[in-house]
Write a protein that binds this ligand. Structure first.
Ligand code: PMP
Length: 280
């Protein structure tokens, strides 16, 4: 089955997709993105992703060229052409190609790119046994709520974690837990589900929103509030959320075992509830 790209209005095989070396995404990381997934051929949380894309665009001074219905048509066509039941739809918008200069170009046309690739699910034993995470200092900028393509600190952090045998890096700023390099963090502390509040320091995750909605529906005690590193290390349960990881139990932080070293009850229930929403 084919990997597909859409570049500035045209569909093509991914292997043929090209942008200019003067593209500001390439030169400066001057752009934003979204990663959306499909389950059994259906696009998951599309409206939420498009809304966040618009927010990111507005935050960096780009106005999105396509209406929501046009986006939907493009993504549906990309999905249909690729024929993957479970796919990753990646959208990237940059300020376009222009002679290299920090200030915004007067004439450049935005580059709008969509790629579709097969989504390989996480190995089931990771999900069943849980993963280890490693905490790292948060060296990112002050607007982590923008889904910017500048991911160098995230990449460095993830690699540091992987080199140490951990699945994910968790950013710590001023002694507090922020989020993972590509995920949000939840902990069960004193029987309450706690996750750091939205704000400029974290990405407002769409899976995070879903988990909060699920917990509220089940009348679980849930708080959006700061979590210190000490609290995280002493938590009964921890899990990560994200479009590709879904809800992923964490059983070790910096080598310390969380709970009894197995995915906790609350995490497992939230996972089961989540599975029921994914058209599988
Ligand atoms: N935080 C960061 C830094 C991320 O890259 C992601 C993945 N996009 C998330 C959180 C989770 O967001 P979502 O649930 O929307 O995928």
């Amino acid at each position: 089955m084919p990997n597909i790209a859409f570049v500035n209005g045209r569909f093509m095989p991914l292997a043929q997709a090209r942008v200019s070396v003067e593209d500001r995404g390439f030169q400066f990381g001057d752009g934003i993105y979204e990663l959306i997934r499909t389950y059994a051929g259906r696009i998951f949380h599309l409206d939420d992703h498009l809304q966040r894309l618009e927010q990111s665009a507005a935050a960096i001074g780009l106005s999105i060229v396509y209406s929501k219905s046009h986006w939907k048509a493009i993504l549906e066509e990309a999905r249909t052409r690729s024929r993957y039941p479970d796919a990753k739809l990646y959208i990237q918008i940059t300020r376009g190609a222009a002679p290299r200069d920090h200030s915004f170009p007067k004439k450049a046309r935005m580059s709008v790119i969509v790629t579709v690739r097969k989504l390989t699910p996480l190995p089931t034993d990771l999900r069943e046994k849980g993963v280890a995470v490693m905490t790292v200092p948060d060296l990112r900028w002050g607007r982590c709520d923008i889904k910017s393509i500048n991911l160098l600190p995230n990449i460095m952090a993830r690699q540091k974690a992987r080199s140490a045998g951990a699945f994910e890096a968790v950013f710590i700023r001023d002694g507090r837990v922020m989020e993972g390099a590509g995920s949000n963090v939840f902990a069960v502390i004193g029987g309450r589900i706690i996750t750091p509040p939205k704000g400029p320091a974290i990405l407002p995750g769409i899976t995070r929103d879903q988990v909060i909605a699920q917990a509220r529906e089940s009348r679980d005690p849930l708080l959006e509030k700061g979590v210190s590193l000490e609290e995280l290390l002493a938590a009964e349960e921890i899990f990560l959320t994200g479009t590709t990881v879904e809800i992923l139990p964490v059983v070790q932080v910096d080598g310390k075992t969380i709970g009894d070293g197995r995915p906790g009850q609350t995490t497992r229930r939230l996972c089961r509830q989540f599975q029921q929403t994914t058209y599988r």
